[in-house]
Ligand binder design. Structure first.
Ligand code: CAA
Length: 285
């Protein structure tokens, strides 16, 4: 285990609670921040459920699970939460204006030497860094869902990120048991620039009647040895998130190859957002 750090994670949703859990599982003290108690309680109960899975699999003891929970401090006070941190990781939803507002706050309240990282999946880091007075300390730290299980952290170097910040971020990510892939700061980086067109094309295959949803998923899952077919994965990621990322790629590159399939937009309008709403390409309990 690497040295124990004090960290803050901003946003207790799917990614934020997974990131907080992962830091705590590696011995770090985490302040988990969200706007209200309900969001924090939802985040903490997801963490409890995930830790229970590790206990059931005998990968953690019940005592270890309690210790990990004890290292996570939920709070609605962002300024207080970041006052003494070495690194703050922002993981709120993908709205640039919201993220920029958070980076302004982080810059104001975090120690001057602290790293300010964003878990953004597609918004350029350089633009978030411009909201701060320390762009050399701002970096992308893109975790994958489910965070406690997935091995990758995609680290994104903004236009003004320093070598020191990059090296320290890589060290921190590796200390969490992750493998790092570094990408330059262009929309979607590598992961979503490659993944989203695949999901989009799978949606077009369904939209154009090329194959059933099951056949599309079977072909890609077994044919390419992917853990999930692309439509199942879209439900897992969230159809709204898929469309948001495709729109950012389309806007930033101005390239029609990123045009979102009309079927995806229709699903968002209908509230069929995937697992989180109980229905997407498939229905869920
Ligand atoms: N917490 C704790 N353990 C978990 C977990 C969680 N949240 N989720 C899964 N697990 C564990 C299970 O307990 C199980 O453990 P064992 O191997 O010890 O039995 C293991 O993970 C596998 O889970 P399951 O048996 O339930 O199911 P599975 O074999 O289908 O694996 C999966 C589930 C890991 C999600 C796998 O299907 C998978 O890797 N899917 C692809 C995920 C993916 O591509 N993620 C990236 C999405 S893109 C993204 O995140 C970035 C973005 O910007 C949009």
């Amino acid at each position: 285990m690497s040295d124990s750090l004090r960290v803050a994670v901003i946003g207790a949703g799917t990614m934020g609670n997974g990131i907080a859990q992962t830091f705590a599982m590696h011995g770090h003290s985490v302040n988990l921040v969200d706007l209200n108690e309900e969001a924090l309680e939802r985040g903490m109960s997801t963490i409890r459920r995930s830790l229970e899975r590790f206990v059931r699999k005998e990968k953690l003891s019940a005592e270890q699970s309690e210790e990990i929970l004890g290292r996570i401090q939920p709070t609605t006070d962002l300024a207080g939460a970041v006052g003494e941190v070495r690194i703050a990781v922002e993981a709120v939803f993908e709205r640039e204006d919201v993220k920029r507002g958070i980076f302004e706050q982080l810059d104001k309240h975090a120690p001057s030497g602290a790293i300010l990282a964003s878990n953004t999946s597609s918004i350029p880091i350089t633009r978030l860094a411009a909201a701060t007075g320390r762009p050399e300390k701002v970096i992308g730290m893109h975790f994958m869902n489910p965070v406690p299980i997935m091995k990758l952290v995609e680290v994104i170097r903004g236009n003004r990120t320093s070598d020191e910040t990059l090296a320290e971020t890589v060290r921190i990510a590796e200390g969490l048991g992750k493998t790092v892939g570094v990408a330059r700061d262009y929309a979607g980086f590598v992961s979503n620039r490659v993944l989203m067109p695949m999901i989009n094309e799978a949606a077009f295959c369904l939209y154009e009647g090329i194959a059933t949803r099951e056949d599309i998923d079977t072909i890609m899952k077994l044919g390419m040895n992917h853990p999930m077919g692309p439509l199942t994965l879209a439900d897992f990621v969230g159809i709204d998130v898929v469309v948001e990322i495709l729109d950012i790629l389309y806007r930033d590159f101005g390239d029609p190859k990123f045009r979102a399939c009309p079927l995806l937009r229709k699903m968002v309008e209908a509230g069929k957002l995937g697992r989180k709403t109980g229905e997407g390409f498939y229905a869920y309990d």
